[in-house]
Write a protein that binds this ligand. Structure first.
Ligand code: MBD
Ligand code: FE
Length: 283
């Protein structure tokens, strides 16, 4: 069955929403460090000059690049493009010294302020939401394994057709988005459904590059998480499903071995269940 979401979803629509979400995000803007800007911009430009020389880039190709860069901006796809092709290295650099839970990229589809629950949640979903039910639970701890009281565990993910609420049309605002505040035992439990793999929109600029290069446009099915607590370093993560399509070949290169879930049939007889703990580094 073809849903209205599938019919009406466009790259420009999700791009516009992702650009708006980024504009609304709180960002730390320190004073400009001119020496650092110069060093980074100089190296970035030199890297590009080197590519032009090595590949003997033509004027036709230079104009194609200009047209493509303009279209990425016009369709609002900079958050998507950068998070798919660059963020994994920024995350690697930022979190190199962590001892606790491993993180990965945030991507363009996080929205703060999801409905909050205490200790356990049935994630907001539509009547008869498609997909295998999943009980996803675990404990937030410190590095010694002691439970963390008052941690916020935020979960967001695509539906069974690979679409995110607030970025694709026709989906209720907080569908498949929820947050849990842990109690003294540090425990959280979400009842949700397993998402589908995510396809980078093929009708947008990012999709045009992927198709022109002959790459595939897929991310493996994943749950997005943010876990934060007073006195702890927050972690942004994604969890994947063992054996799932594209787990070995994520277009965004954001899979790590520590992030692979192995769900088992649920004790309730309904769907699957899996446990995953988050040991947090001290702030
Ligand atoms: C996604 O769902 C995502 O998680 C990332 C990182 C990029 C594009 C779409
Ligand atoms: Fe995602």
């Amino acid at each position: 069955m073809t849903s209205s979401t599938e019919v009406n979803a466009t790259a420009a629509g999700s791009g516009r929403n992702a650009t708006a979400a980024f504009a609304a995000k709180e960002r730390s803007a320190g004073p400009v460090d001119h020496a650092r800007v110069s060093a980074i911009a100089t190296d970035a430009l030199h890297a590009l000059h080197d590519v032009v020389r090595r590949h003997q880039v033509t004027y036709a190709e230079y104009d194609a690049l200009k047209a493509w860069l303009i279209s990425v901006g016009e369709t609002g796809e900079w958050p998507l493009f950068l998070d798919v092709f660059v963020e994994h290295i920024v995350e690697e650099v930022a979190n190199a010294d962590r001892k606790g839970a491993v993180g990965t990229i945030e991507g363009p589809y996080y929205i703060p302020g999801a409905p909050e629950f205490a200790s356990e949640a049935t994630v907001p979903m539509r009547e008869g939401e498609a997909g295998t039910p999943l009980l996803f639970q675990g404990t937030v701890t410190d590095l010694d394994g002691a439970p963390v009281d008052g941690a916020l565990v935020e979960l967001w993910h695509a539906d069974d057709a690979g679409y995110y609420s607030q970025f694709a049309p026709g989906i209720p605002e907080w569908n498949l988005r929820a947050a849990i505040r842990t109690g003294a035992d540090g425990h959280y439990a979400f009842r949700t459904i397993q998402p589908a793999p995510y396809q980078i929109p093929t009708d947008g600029s990012t999709g045009a590059l992927i198709s022109a290069a002959g790459w595939h446009p897929w991310r493996p099915a994943h749950l997005h998480l943010k876990v934060s607590a007073p006195g702890k370093q927050p972690v942004t993560s994604q969890l994947y499903f063992d054996g799932g399509e594209y787990v070995e070949d994520d277009v965004a290169q954001a899979v790590k071995p520590e992030l692979i879930l192995r769900p088992a049939p649920a004790a309730s007889g309904e769907g699957n269940e899996v446990t995953y703990d988050f040991p947090l580094d001290p702030a």
